[in-house]
Design a protein. Structure first.
Length: 81
């Protein structure tokens, strides 16, 4: 299991949209289990990925949590920074 917290200049809904593109059916083909304007949860490949966002004073705080998708979550974090 891996947990990361990063800051980005993207809005929460933009982060979720990028997460859907990266991890969802058009990307790594994980199944979208939960989705809202501020979070998304995906399952597949024996693990899962949770993306949770929160608006802060200087941007958006993004909590990333994964089981079995550590490399991909780090790559996603690099892309949205």
């Amino acid at each position: 299991m891996l947990k990361l917290n990063i800051m980005t200049k993207l809005k929460p809904e933009e982060v979720v949209k990028k997460a859907l593109e990266f991890f969802g059916p058009g990307g790594h083909r994980l199944k979208v289990i939960e989705q809202s304007d501020t979070c998304a949860y995906f399952e597949g490949g024996g693990g899962g990925v949770r993306v949770t966002t929160c608006t802060e004073e200087k941007g958006t705080s993004v909590d990333l949590e994964t089981r079995e998708w550590e490399y991909q979550i780090k790559e996603f974090a690099r892309r949205i920074k």
